[in-house]
Design a protein around this ligand. Structure first.
Ligand SMILES: C[S@@+](CC[C@H](N)C(=O)[O-])C[C@H]1O[C@@H](n2cnc3c(N)ncnc32)[C@H](O)[C@@H]1O
Length: 359
């Protein structure tokens, strides 16, 4: 596997400069006509409070464009408006991070894009798996699920961000580590000591930069992990108390900034009406649902550690299906992606003037 050449401090410095320029141009484009207003200072204050694009959002736009955009239309699809897309491309090209040709083709600089890494995404190697442990509620997803999750995170999250896998018997961290090599900052915390040793050992043998440590969601996160991460990934125990504990830890270890992300694997069908309260709770924490992928993860029924084989056999006999077919049965969970949109606990902001983005 090639080590990616990208993404050192140098790149972050350039992105910071791009962002500074972008903020100026964005403000001028959107509310330039109001800057001569006698209340201009107040108007800029409102703009900064409610409409300014944060640095994490800006970085995410850039990274998603690098992965998905070859034309202006695709940049508009990512940023949401024509003007934001044009301004983004303007600052990136001005700082040598992309080239836009007359016919509308966009080529990103090698500093940002790394073809070898992208190619490897399809080929993450399956590590030897560990046995599910009942006492920790483990029920591993299939390896192709872990690869799919890792691919998604790799495409959506800039690799210089810090990702925390809170519980990871599915070994999604190893799939991501293999894809991104040393580019991603990956940590894994899990209650299972054997799993942590396995992840440490596997990462060490394969040169993956993954930090792994024992971590129990029942207790407050130790200080050194607080406010450290941009992304929190989990596949929690799906009873109410389980989800609650995982989300409490997410609140502690995430940076607390707009753009923080939670990747939550859970089954809406099993949650039932509690799904509504899950959303409400996350909403109060400042998070909005960005995406929901139905049936994203698969788990082989035969591997469920709590499976009562005798009972299931009886049930299957009722509909004349032989027990052997169980090896081909899977259950699924949905993948929810929540993004922190607000860090201000205010309901329905009212200002003396309403400002909205252009199309
Ligand atoms: C909870 S299990 C997956 C459960 C499964 N998806 C379900 O809902 O039945 C996911 C990971 O969380 C870890 N885990 C279980 N209890 C934990 C705890 N108290 N603190 C941290 N990790 C825990 C497990 O070891 C495993 O790696």
């Amino acid at each position: 596997m090639q080590i990616p050449v990208l993404i050192g401090c140098g790149l972050i410095d350039i992105l910071n400069k791009c962002y500074e320029d972008f903020l100026k141009i964005d403000l001028e484009t959107e509310i330039g006509h109001l800057l001569k207003h006698k209340q201009a200072e107040k108007i800029v204050g409102i703009w900064n409070l409610w409409s300014r694009i944060s640095f994490p959002r800006f970085e995410t736009y850039v990274w998603q464009c690098v992965n998905r955009a070859n034309r202006l239309q695709e940049v508009i699809d990512i940023t949401g408006t024509v003007h934001t897309a044009i301004n983004l491309l303007y600052v990136l090209s001005h700082h040598g991070l992309c080239q836009v040709s007359q016919n509308g083709d966009i080529v990103f600089s090698k500093k940002l894009k790394n073809d070898e890494v992208a190619v490897d995404c399809a080929n993450a190697v399956i590590p030897e798996r560990i046995k599910n442990k009942r006492e920790h509620g483990q029920f591993q997803a299939t390896w192709s699920t872990s690869v799919k999750r890792a691919n998604m995170i790799f495409e959506q999250i800039p690799p210089w961000k810090h990702i925390f896998f809170c519980g990871d018997d599915d070994l999604t961290s190893l799939a991501l580590g293999q894809m991104s090599s040393s580019a991603c900052n990956i940590s894994v915390g899990d209650i299972d000591r054997d799993l942590i040793s396995f992840i440490k050992d596997y990462s060490g043998r394969h040169g993956l930069q993954i930090e792994a440590f024992e971590f129990d969601v029942k207790y407050e996160a130790p200080d050194q992990y607080k406010k450290k991460y941009d992304v929190f990934h989990c596949d929690p125990l799906d009873h109410g108390q389980g989800i609650d504990l995982w989300l409490q830890r997410a609140q502690e270890v995430l940076k607390g900034e707009p753009g923080d992300a939670i990747y939550l694997n859970i089954s809406a069908d099993r949650l039932g009406q509690r799904e509504h309260y899950l959303f409400k709770h996350l909403h109060e924490m400042g998070f909005d649902l960005e995406e929901k992928y139905k049936n994203f993860s698969s788990y082989q029924v035969a591997e469920e550690p709590f499976l009562n084989t005798e009972k299931l056999n009886e049930e299957m006999n009722k509909i004349n299906i032989g027990y052997d077919t169980i090896k081909d049965l899977y259950i699924h969970t949905d993948l929810y992606v929540f993004i922190r949109k607000s860090v201000r606990p205010i309901f329905l902001p009212q200002e003396f003037m309403e400002i909205r983005r252009k199309i």
